[in-house]
Unconditional design. Structure first.
Length: 261
């Protein structure tokens, strides 16, 4: 499962998932291009990757800015020689824990707009270069919540939109040798903190007790009764990005989700 000589752009690389995935990609030989809105987190991650013998470059890119995304993708494709992997991990600003009938329009619409916009912009930018070179893979991530998720706000709606977008994109770009697919994963223990959970759901007090309750509830809700580890998520994405997964496209891989695919 090598990513040797692959050039990978990771959008939203400064978060906990981006940290784990970027290191996994680099360990497997990819040259990772770390993007996000906050340089310090990206620079720190790049330093850790380089110290471990990997290759990493940093660029401040707001994924909702199509000009910035297009220019950065073009620079990677031109200067690195190819753009082989594009992964969107950009936060959407989901608000949960409030009944839909009590939500504000802004809180409901914001994550849908942000999620659709950033995934469309980044995927479109990558696809144009990948079609020209005849190869590449576009990866997405959501929680698989489109099948009925009460008290989850707009999470199910944006997940459904992203699922459909990736499947339709895969059909269009597949004949050019380019793949589009993703994974369903939610509630990775190592990436959660009381503060993060409270920011998404203000009904949850930021406390260790709340954290334990949420993690236990997530584990119980899983199909396999176990929560995914960050290393498993990163390894799955690395496999899907590799040539070993050349036959897989137009689908979402279920990483110990709460929902059957």
């Amino acid at each position: 499962m090598s990513l040797e000589n692959k050039n990978a752009i990771i959008y939203g690389a400064g978060g906990a998932i981006g940290d784990g995935v970027a290191k996994e990609f680099a360990t497997r030989g990819a040259r990772v291009f770390l993007t996000g809105r906050h340089r310090p987190a990206l620079t720190k991650l790049a330093g850790e990757i380089e110290q471990a013998g990997g290759q990493a470059e940093v660029a401040v890119v707001d994924a909702i800015d199509e000009t910035a995304v297009d220019e950065h993708a073009a620079s990677v494709a031109t200067e690195a020689g190819s753009l082989d992997i594009s992964l969107n991990l950009v936060p959407r600003g989901d608000v949960q824990g409030i009944p839909l009938v009590e939500m504000s329009v802004e809180d409901y619409v914001r994550p849908i707009t942000a999620g659709v916009t950033t995934n469309f912009i980044t995927a479109r930018a990558a696809a144009r270069h990948m079609i020209a070179q005849g190869s590449g893979v576009i990866l997405a991530l959501d929680s698989g919540s489109a099948h009925g998720s009460p008290m989850m706000g707009a999470t199910g709606s944006i997940d459904a939109a992203l699922d459909t977008f990736i499947r339709n994109l895969a059909v269009e770009i597949g004949p050019h040798g380019v793949r589009a697919l993703g994974i369903w994963v939610a509630g990775i223990p190592e990436t959660l903190t009381p503060e993060k959970l409270s920011a998404v759901n203000n009904q949850l007090p930021a406390s260790p007790e709340m954290m334990r309750h949420v993690l236990d509830s997530l584990t119980e809700a899983r199909i396999t009764k176990r929560s995914p580890r960050l290393a498993e998520v990163a390894a799955t994405l690395a496999f899907l990005a590799s040539d070993d997964a050349m036959g897989i496209t137009g689908t979402f891989v279920n990483v110990t989700s709460m929902y059957p695919s």
